[in-house]
Design a binder for this molecule. Sequence first.
Ligand code: MN
Length: 214
Amino acid sequence: MESPKNVISKFDLPYLPYNMDALEPNISKQTMEVHYNKHHKGYVEKLNKELEDSHLEGISIEDLLKDVMSYSQTIRNNAGGHYNHTLFWRMLSPERIEPYGKLLNQIEAAFESFESFQKQFKKVATSHFGSGWAWLVLNEQSVLEIGSTPNQDNPLMDVSSFSGFPLLGLDRWEHAFYLDYQNQKADYVDAFWNIIDWTEVSKRHEESLLQYNI
Ligand code: MN
């Protein structure tokens, strides 16, 4: 018997490792519900719909992003949206986990101090015009770098002028903060530091070092 066509969704909304209200007061339950259940879910659904009949079953999201120039604008927007949000949920935690070890050392070496890194990151996150993301990446020269991408682009994409392996990303679309902070984007960035899981960011740092064979 022939198996039914296009019944297997290619990408799934990832499991959220904490409750919707767990990040309060930094990010409200209401923001989480809309952001995860509407925005992120929407990116996954649109991506899967666009991939119907594409014969790309089994392709990883990373491979899609690295070659995104070859695909449609809809795939660019929604594959980026899916990857960025998956990363974002995973690096947040209700428990504040301070930066440590090899990554902290490299941040201090690259930006003089952790406080100075925070200042520079905040400047990029608040000064970029329009919707997009602020990032900390390890670039191909194995240097830590702060930068931003517009819309749902990210530093893995071949179309991005800012590139590297994303270690930390901040969603700076209005949908991420407007219910809680209105136009006070700087307060949203300040609150972000309270809920970063630096264990997760450190894991990604290790992964990036392996990827670049450092
Ligand atoms: Mn978002």
